[in-house]
Design a protein. Sequence first.
Length: 482
Amino acid sequence: MPVEYEPVIGLEVHAQLKTKSKIFCGCPTDFGATANHNVCPVCLGMPGVLPVLNKRVVEIAIKTGLALNCHIAEDTRFDRKNYFYPDLAKGYQITQFDRPICSNGYLMIKGTKVRINRAHLEEDAGKLVHAGADGLHGSDYSKVDFNRSSMPLLEIVSEPDIRSAEQAEEYLRELRSILRYIGASDGNLEEGSFRCDANVSIRPVGQEKFGTRTEIKNMNSFQSVRQAIDSEIARQTKALEKGEKITQETRLWTGKDTHVMRSKEDSHDYRYFPEPDLVPLKISRKWVQEINDGLEELPEARRQRYLNDNKLSSEDATILASSKEMSDFFDNTLKLGVGAKQAANLLMGPTIAYMTKAKKEFHELALTPENLRDIIDCVADGKVNSTTAKDKLLTPLLAEPGDVLKMIDKLGLAQVSDESALKAIVQNVLDRSVQQLEDYKKGKVKLRQYFLGEIMKETKGKANPQVINKLLDELLPAVESA
């Protein structure tokens, strides 16, 4: 009988913190600057220089730890992690080893608790740019850009509580959402400010002991994380079924499968020791309480509020709360007296569709809560129909600022509700649709939608659908009984 395996997954996330300067020097953290422009002797690791800890980095780390239900250390320190790599100028990385700033937290993912082992501060390394030939696999040479060196990072390490690639993606999305809510990180995967490594192993279902794990790197999107984990699970399953052993190693995701990068190091390989140039850090409970008192309402709390107070569906509540900007916008719209469901419908459907097509984030949209209120009011008052509201008002206002009432007048979008004027149009459509009328009388009642569509074309989408349906009830012939 074949053995059934279950995956055991733990995630390590490196989140670049939103500060104006680096963690141990005053160099700016701007993304996209000219190579080796945002550097100084400290982040270049020149002999004799001394690091100075950025207080704002510590504050953000505490805030993140609180949002992730972590214990915040009273005494913490920095350590040196020693290893050689061309983009690591000092030959060591300043990080935290046995005394992390945050520990023993958790994140709830659809009712499942994923424990967080630790979240510790560290500096980032530089970046190698492989050039010539066809890039990484056939490059003639590599360049080093130290702009990223000493960028402030918070490494958030989960326990191996995740049991599927889908759950891993859900965890990452929720974690990024929280980081964005509290202003800790912009969470931009494309710019490398939210990077994830996945530790994956499998074991027979029911077995307590973990299998041998591999670490997967080079995943730069939620989709690639899910695909890489699924691919590695399949690879390990196939290997065990063939009687092969899994080797502890670091593997690289290529976009199709995982390839061996190097053997996996353990902590003793890095010769950790306390950083002699930075004194141990004592964190007062008063400071922690002040930060906790200022903590924003987090995604899960907002989801529950939308479900309980606004009676939205679970799907709508989840999507709205996933973005702080969208959630704040929705809340501000409700303060204007707009119904929750009407506002959610316009944000869930056409707005998200536009964002996907235009590849924009919510904060980049021009729409205001007042715009959304006016659109909803105009539909309710019969000034425009719902189709016109979505296509001719909402969509343009997502791209450029404007005034709803002025747009209706300027573009001639006002809904036609005059029954006598519409009756002539309806009759004209029916008169020219001889065959369709015959088919309708014979029982093809779905043709009613055809007549409605033709009438809307004649009126350029401005006819009041309620009036049209009333007129169709009057003017359409009776359906012949079988």
